[in-house]
Design a binder for this molecule. Sequence first.
Ligand SMILES: [Fe+2]
Ligand SMILES: [Zn+2]
Length: 364
Amino acid sequence: MLLLKHPKTGQSLEINEFWLRDHCRCGECLNLDTNQRRYDLLDLPADVKSLEVKCEGIRLQVQWSDGHQSSYDLDFIFDSQLERLISRRSKSTNLTPWNRCIILQNERHLRFSLPQLVSSDEVVRSLVESLVRYGIVFIDDVPPTPNMTELALRRVFPLMKTFFGEMWTFSDKPDHADTAYTKLYLGSHTDNTYFCDAAGLQALHCIEHSGSGGENFFVDGLHVVHELKRRFPSAYDVLCRIQVPGEYVEKGEHHRHTAPIIRMDPLTGEFVQLRLNVYDRAVFDTIPQPQMAEFYDSLRKLLQIVRDEEQQWSLKLCPGSIVLFDNWRVLHGRQAYTGSRTMSGSYVQRTDFLSKARVLGIIE
Ligand SMILES: [Fe+2]
Ligand SMILES: [Zn+2]
């Protein structure tokens, strides 16, 4: 270990020598155009040692035992430590957990019009910022066709291709073996619990509805998870820990994925994903029977909070407005409906959503 002292802040830091050798930023070690390492980790001697270490102002010069010479920016070294990562993340992620009352007070931050979105990069940025903060936004003034829905979405994100297609339309025609393709009530859920990587965002646009009912409702999973942790900490622990399998089967498709219902970041403790779909659960064989009572009790507590009236934001999706929401955070559902109704929509990959938010400087 090397003990470093920052000349400006006076802070000291113990550094593992192999880490330091592995983080040489010179053009021989790092391709400065692509930001990729130029060597295999095994090319560095496991016992590499510093023979001479000199501090010149903010630069640290190191002569290594493998013959290499490195020159580091001390700010880079101090900024690249776990404590800094945690504090940067907590400062950069501006999330507003909401229930119905809070989201109604903030609704003006959620609405964007297509003509403005098309003509202004600043409006695109605001939309992504609200999507990060609240997990839900609307694009208004969209001609109610699948093509215009696609155009509006592609203005902001690339679309995710699944076996449903890139853009999908659904009505009560049974095109897939899924309750979404009926007129029935659908309780609050997230989609794709059966995919290895559930869609990051989901967009829905009501193209036409000639009957009654069919109101949608949205619930902020982030707020629900906070409530569960506050009111029933042991149920929260169980749902962070127990692996729950989701499954989707239709002709030619068989998807299955197993993960906890609540996922938190093991490094920072931040909320990552609520993965909740009671319909798409597979046979539950991942814990022994003596643990079942505790699991079901915990899941029921979570579902009761989700169903709480004050958590639910209910609204009718009308032709002309696309709702775009974070499928790792915001739950959606719908009332039963009558008449004929066509919805158009799409998914966006999580990684594409977060990449866009980083490029725009919204998240770390
Ligand atoms: Fe859904
Ligand atoms: Zn180097």
